[in-house]
Design a protein around this ligand. Structure first.
Ligand code: NAD
Length: 241
């Protein structure tokens, strides 16, 4: 049996599938990842992406933060649409087979594809708020701004994303641990599994059907019942629902 047939059989036999993904899920939508071959880590910048997207950098150099954030995250996301991977995962949920998508992504493409239970470990660029008065705003507060976006009270907007050096949301952690520990099939894809604590949540899986679909090898490949080296959209696109 080839790997796609095995994946198909696992999916057919499961009713509490959880998908755990990262930036690689959105590369087929045109949004760059960090560590893949075309990722942002390979671009020449004064600082690496993790430094720029950190709490201390955001507070000390908001203008440089927003320049990078606009160019490399906000504008590419505005131009992106869900790909086959996002759509198939939404269909699996609608079919009553998938209980949660746990994502490290901040682009909102799973919801755009129709997924309902999306646990956003690192928040979303679509939610923003004023750091002074707390006023909430959508993405247009940032995407239409010239330079550092500010509310009329004078406060600076910040995206509701988890910057490096910041803790994850407790409610999302609880829901993630619950979903993964109750999953009968855990499909991991498009993530280097190098960002913690996010990657550590895989250890809560209690089943014996861990599937890893990724272009590069990951540290969880040796624990997986099935590894597929390929593009996640192409792989999931071969699944019959
Ligand atoms: P990463 O960049 O560290 O790793 C991406 C992985 O996906 C790599 O191993 C790469 O080989 C693989 N990959 C790339 N395209 C793929 C495809 N089409 N099919 C299968 N695999 C593919 O990403 P990460 O592990 O998510 O960690 C980076 C952090 O940066 C995360 O916190 C993430 O939230 C954030 N980030 C988010 C976005 C987004 O929201 N779209 C984009 C860039 C970075």
């Amino acid at each position: 049996m080839d790997t796609i047939q095995t994946l198909q059989q696992y999916i057919d036999q499961s009713s509490r599938i959880v998908f755990f993904g990262g930036a690689g899920v959105s590369t087929e939508s045109g949004i760059k990842d960090f560590r893949g071959v075309d990722g942002l880590y390979h671009l020449k910048y004064k600082y690496n992406p993790e430094t720029i997207l950190s709490h201390s950098f955001f507070l000390s150099r908001p203008d440089e933060f927003y320049e990078f954030y606009q160019d490399k995250i906000v504008q590419p996301t505005l131009a992106a649409a869900p790909n086959t991977a996002h759509r198939v995962l939404a269909q699996l949920e609608q079919a009553g087979k998938l209980t949660a998508v746990v994502t490290q992504n901040i682009d909102g493409l799973h919801q755009m594809a129709g997924s309902q239970n999306v646990l956003e470990l690192h928040g979303s660029i679509h939610r923003n708020y004023c750091m002074q008065c707390g006023q909430k705003y959508g993405l247009d507060a940032v995407s239409n701004a010239d330079g550092v976006p500010r509310y009329h009270c004078g406060g600076m907007f910040r995206p509701d994303v988890v910057l490096y050096e910041e803790p994850l949301d407790e409610t999302i952690i609880t829901k993630t641990v619950q979903a993964i520990s109750q999953a009968d099939l855990l499909i991991v894809g498009g993530t280097s599994l190098t960002v913690y604590p996010a990657a550590g949540f895989l250890d809560f899986y209690q089943g014996n059907r861990l599937v890893v679909i990724n272009l590069d090898n990951t540290s969880y490949d040796s624990k997986a019942a099935l590894t597929i080296n390929g593009k996640i959209g192409e792989v999931l696109g071969k699944i019959k629902l």
